[in-house]
Write a protein that binds this ligand. Sequence first.
Ligand SMILES: Nc1ncnc2c1ncn2[C@@H]1O[C@H](COP(=O)(O)OP(=O)(O)OP(=O)(O)O)[C@@H](O)[C@H]1O
Length: 721
Amino acid sequence: MALQPPPSLTCPGHRAQPAPYVHSIPSDVLGKFCEQMDCLNDYDWMRFASHVITDQTELRKIKCMEKTGISITGELMWWWGVRLATVQQLLKLLSELQFYRAAKIIADWMSLHFSTDSIRTPLDPTLQENASLHPRGNRDESIKNGTKISLPPNSVHSDPVLKAGPDCLSLIPPPTSMDLPHSLQSNPPISSSVKPCSSSPPQQESLHNLPSRSLVWTKDEVDIATNGFSEENRINESIFADVFKGQRQNALYVIKRLKEKECENQNQTKRFFHTEVQICFRCCHNNILHLLGFTIEREFNCLIYPYMPNGSLTDRLQCQGGSEPLTWEKRLKISIGLIQAIQYLHNFGILHGNVKSSNVLLDANFVPKLGHSGHRLQPLEKKTENGGMKTKVMQASLAYFPEDFIRHGQLTEKVDIFSCGIVLAEILTGIKAMDERRDPIFLKDALLDEIQVAKELTCSKKGSFENLAAKEICFKYQDRQALHWPATSAVCLATAACVCLRKKNPDMAEVNALMETADHQRQYQMMLEERGYPGHSLNTPEETNDEPACPFNNGFSDDNCDGNMNAGSLNYVDMLPPLIRVTSAETYSEQMLRIPCESDESSNFSWDPIRDGAYQPPTNGLPDPENIFPLEFHTNNPEYNDDITAKSTVSEGHIPSQEAPVSSKRTLLNTENSSDTCSSQASAKETSMEIKINEQKKKMMQDILLYKEKKLNTSELLNLD
Ligand SMILES: Nc1ncnc2c1ncn2[C@@H]1O[C@H](COP(=O)(O)OP(=O)(O)OP(=O)(O)O)[C@@H](O)[C@H]1O
């Protein structure tokens, strides 16, 4: 259903006032209303609910929540609210069903907060005399205002609201069937047991009569599915929950059994359970993990999810169980899915509060599903047995939280966006968000340092320093295991991470735009591959593929290992169509056509002073001893130098130095592994690297140059003819 603008409540001579939406009812008013409605017997409640939701599955889900102690009317109102139902529609329905007490709660609030032009009391005419139910304020005020409003001819009798009496204000126009949410348009639910507005005595509807029972699992059912919680079905044991694999009717599930005793108090478990249930049921998005069921027996709280065959993003980034490293295409898709999930939640005013890579589950097609949201559980302080446990749990969370949240504890959208930025950085780098053997322990500190340095260097607008920081992050930390990662895509992803980490107003729209650019490039690359330009064959030395990856993926990094970046990805940057192309192709192409044989200390790429300002490049191609910062910011790998021009000091037949830049205050270093080892490995790689030029590739690079010089058109370049 297309979202409609709010129906205006207008009257001649008066300013149009938008009708308040159900979602704008304040929580205290809604609370009272829900309390009232939740007390209805099952039959009456279903009568009401089935006018709001005609989809029986949705309705069943909500009804099921009753057993968990969640207000089902609250859920119903949430469901309706996000579909832009108006208070007027709610009042009308309540009036039709003669739920006057509940209607009065809403009407009282309306009369206090909205002008008399915009409200009407939807009470049955017979009850207009009942002073205790009639919102007196409306009547009085309307008379005081002396407002006289004409009714649209065809609305007078059709709208029960309008039958209220001559001195009641009218609503013009009442929402047409087009304005109404789908559920209210027509076709009240066909249910044998629920007959709205039936005059027969209400039949008590019990949960057991509803087909929704499948959502509520019994202890026995869970026992059977997990084979008695057998060890072989255990997937994970965390402080708060045991995670088991289960099977029922040929479907695989994950059953998360909460450990109540480990939590500070029962209320906390209950709150966690409620939040998880509410969020999972409320959200219907391809990138949000669905909740398929739960148990509600005493001291036996289980949440049941679909089994995700590819486990968690953390596991796949760390290649747990010997899994293949994630390709960059998969990484890009996962990033986009995660961003969309968070945006979806935020659009509905839901804060996740627990975004981290272990909570991003991957289905059989590596589609990411964000799960396990809600309040974090706090463990009991068990000083003797489990000293330091709380600290560990806290530390794990700190890795994804911004400083001000840790200090003040106020969960906002910004917190989720920050956490998302850390996950994006994990995807880009394959580096764990936290590793106690590293300095700094937290990935976020390394990223924030890069951003700070870039900021200090550029003194320019945010976009510019973030881009600079992004390139540096790519250069230093990009995961080598994701082969053939196009530079533009990597920089876009790194920039997106930097945007998420902004202290003020991190902008998800900007993050999205960056990821769209990255995705365009993915599509372009796919197109190239379909046309017979296999991605890695352009200029990647074949032997690169066989080389062991730099030990980033063990959670360690070493600057000295960075020289052998994935040079193969340069080609795609060059070949990007003008719209998304960001690099200086000539520079790269020239570089790529050379035969690298040894590192050249004098070769140097420097930061483009024209674009980035402030810095005058050294004339001799060597770093200016007076001005150390260019050394800190130049990136020897041309892959990330879209704004960096090759200096004439790069001699023919040489590749740029493999020397790593010294950019930020600190870089992620494994304090246990000596960097020397890595450094010698890197130089060994360098000296042994012999690059064969493939004639086909060479021809292609030449074609690209011709294309750049406009001597070839796109069709000729891609051999389309
Ligand atoms: N639906 C699922 N499918 C497959 N594996 C899952 C699923 N849910 C969880 N897992 C596995 O179990 C691990 C632990 O899940 P759990 O929800 O306990 O995460 P956690 O990070 O330890 O805790 P929390 O989410 O409470 O912070 C995940 O990292 C993943 O490997």
